[in-house]
Design a protein around this ligand. Structure first.
Ligand code: UD1
Length: 345
């Protein structure tokens, strides 16, 4: 074994893919999850893919005593990857206290667990939302961070600031914050993927559920943006590429290759696609015509976001391997397999 890693939120979408990549790279993995937005069945799926079912602790990390106990039990850990958080942008606008309480308490209890047990390394799951409306494109890590539109986004920004403060006073402590652009896609096996509870907020799950007949119609939120077809541009990134970046970041910390105690990296492809590009690609990859129409802009959406990928390439030696067609075909395979297995239940 290369070392022991705690993955908080390891039953979730990006967490489960990262657990697979860590196991495949030779790490022992312990998953902490309260299953608030995921299912324990995912651990069996991880075993189907890797041959190993990670150790599981069902705990609510926002609860101080549960977190303390769990980190004490696994004090011989080399690094933590922190995914455990609520992530629905619209819900966070309506329920700010719930979002701040869950996302911040979970992080603070995790950091306290690290300090108490001398666990020196953490990888934090952040988001391009910390850039707000960018002043220049592509977005580099030097772009100014801004107050995000949503409480969800602000939990990411504040969390990064907490990590930065902590690494300043605690020189033995290292953190890497990974700022994802728009994660989509699923594992090639079709066994794990994104499973939003209720009506999805994000574009790709909405598209695949429309195509599967679960939802009737896709609304395109705004076609008067300053882009080639009027719809917003995003940098979609395959979740399997993201998972691999986390393993590289863990290796970097455990091998003392980080250049400072607090580092941030963008994770994107560097290529921007409009909403209509995504719809066209979905239709050509699957042969299915989507039922969609134009609608009003959605509050808080920015026109164009895509990453500068140089820093991740030069420092981490990481570049996205998959293109939009791969992302879409894997998401569609996952959606179809999911519907088949839900029908069987
Ligand atoms: C959002 C969050 C981001 C978060 C990411 C992944 C904001 C502003 N953005 O990104 O922080 O990390 O989700 O969870 O907080 N669209 C439609 N119809 C739909 C759904 C989406 O037209 O039914 C459009 C949106 O207007 C947008 C694009 O599709 O232009 C992508 O939307 P979405 O998948 O929700 O991601 P973001 O809003 O970019």
């Amino acid at each position: 074994m290369k070392g022991k890693i705690i993955v908080t939120g390891g039953c979730g979408y990006i967490g489960s893919h990262t657990v697979v990549s860590l196991i495949e790279d030779g790490y022992e993995v312990v998953v902490f999850d309260n299953l608030s937005n995921s299912k324990e069945l995912i651990l069996d799926r991880i075993r189907e893919i890797t041959g190993i079912r990670p150790t599981f602790e069902k705990i609510d990390l926002a609860d101080e005593s549960q977190a303390k106990e769990a980190y004490r039990k696994h004090s011989n850990t080399d690094a933590i990857i922190n995914f455990a958080a609520y992530k629905a942008v619209g819900e966070s606008v309506k329920e700010p206290i719930m979002y701040y309480r869950n996302n911040m308490f979970s992080l603070l209890n995790t950091l306290q667990g690290q300090i108490d047990n001398n666990i020196k390394n953490i990888i934090f799951s952040s988001s391009a939302t910390v850039y707000g409306e960018p002043d220049s494109l592509p977005i580099t890590e030097k772009n100014e961070t801004k107050r995000p539109f949503s409480p969800y986004g602000n939990t990411k920004k504040v969390a990064e600031e907490i990590l930065e403060d902590l690494t300043k006073v605690n020189s033995g402590f290292s953190a890497i914050s990974l700022r994802y652009f728009n994660p989509i896609g699923a594992h090639g096996s079709g066994l794990i993927g994104e499973f939003p509870s209720g009506v999805p907020n994000n574009l790709l799950p909405y598209v695949t559920q429309c195509a599967a007949g679960v939802l009737d119609e896709l609304k395109v939120f705004g076609n008067d943006y300053p882009t080639k077809d009027g719809t917003p541009i995003r940098d979609y990134i395959h979740v399997v590429d993201l998972a691999e970046a986390h393993v590289i970041a863990v290796n970097r910390l455990l091998n003392d290759k980080n250049k400072s105690n607090f580092e941030v990296f963008n994770l994107g492809t560097g290529i921007g696609y409009t909403v209509l590009d995504v719809i066209d690609t979905f239709e050509s990859v699957t042969g299915i015509n989507l039922n969609y129409s134009m609608a009003e802009r959605r509050d808080g959406d920015v026109a164009v976001l895509y990453a500068a990928t140089d820093l991740a390439r030069d420092e981490l030696g990481w570049e996205a391997r998959y293109g939009l067609k791969d992302m879409i075909s894997s998401a569609w395979k996952w959606e179809q397999d999911l519907r088949t297995s839900l029908n069987r239940l």
